[in-house]
Design a protein around this ligand. Structure first.
Ligand SMILES: C[S@@+](CC[C@H](N)C(=O)[O-])C[C@H]1O[C@@H](n2cnc3c(N)ncnc32)[C@H](O)[C@@H]1O
Length: 251
């Protein structure tokens, strides 16, 4: 997964680095704050990363269980984003270590896109359905992507930041490979530090259309309740960057 000088893997795995690359996202925060005012009861955040969204909801009094597959990110959350209502649990979103009892299961910032096959997506939604109380909701915050746009984004500089251990600067760039047949995408991220240390990681994801989500939901006992093309309830169209889809567990 990583190469280069000793500790180079931390350029990718350490939650502090993740905070620079993904954790600085702000555009969705007011959406989640508004949404949280509409519900009560425990929330399960799947793929919580370092707790960027979940701990803010917990700070408003919600009981939040954040689940992620990456222990390094959970460690950062436990150190920096804890509170009486916030718990971090290492688990896969397709095998949740909980029984029924949640009002909502949420997937902020493209987490659901990391289910790269129909089978994975079905497992994931079936797990959400299993732990949700009757009438509970699922919120998917998906990348909304057309084939043309996926190909346009082939190579990109993402960010440069000061190394948190004061070893100079780090540049992060990303090359994208896309398979239009399966709608799968592979993001090859390269981290290069000014002292020559380097590390790379490949993230796999899949783009979902609304009709794909509706069929997957139907198959798992969930129903599409609302659809938006952004965090301000914009209409979903091919130019939307995200699709925010609410599913409801039938009572
Ligand atoms: C783009 S990040 C989003 C993190 C967080 N939701 C946020 O809004 O900042 C995607 C997250 O999904 C997690 N993830 C990927 N596959 C997963 C799986 N199978 N089960 C649980 N988490 C997963 C990654 O470890 C990462 O933390």
């Amino acid at each position: 997964m990583a190469s280069g000088k000793p500790h180079a893997s931390r350029l990718v795995l350490d939650g502090r680095h993740y905070e620079y690359v993904d954790g600085s996202r702000k555009e969705d925060l007011s959406y989640w704050a508004r949404w949280a005012e509409t519900i009560s009861g425990p929330i399960l955040e799947a793929g919580c990363g370092t707790g960027r969204v979940g701990y803010r909801l917990a700070a408003k009094g919600h009981r939040v269980y954040g689940v992620d597959i990456a222990p390094e990110l959970l460690l950062y959350g436990r150190r920096h984003r804890l509170g009486p209502n916030m718990r971090y649990v290492q688990a896969c979103m397709r095998a949740l270590p909980f029984d029924i009892g949640f009002t909502a299961v949420i997937y902020p910032y493209s987490v659901f896109n990391h289910n790269v096959t129909d089978e994975e997506a079905l497992q994931c939604l079936a797990e959400a359905h299993r732990v949700l109380l009757p009438g509970g909701e699922v919120v998917l915050d998906l990348i909304n992507m057309t084939d043309d746009r996926a190909c346009d984004d082939a190579d990109a500089f993402l960010i440069a930041y000061s190394d948190p251990d004061d070893v100079g600067f780090i540049r992060v760039s990303q090359a994208t490979r896309y398979d239009g047949r399966t709608r799968r995408v592979w993001l090859d991220r390269r981290h290069l530090r000014s002292d020559g240390a380097r590390a790379s990681v490949t993230l796999a994801a899949r783009f979902y259309r609304l009709e794909d989500v509706a069929a997957l939901a139907e198959a798992t006992g969930l129903r599409v309740a609302s659809v938006a093309g952004g965090y301000e309830n914009e209409e979903l169209d091919q130019d939307s960057d995200v699709a925010v889809i609410h599913l409801r567990k039938l009572a």
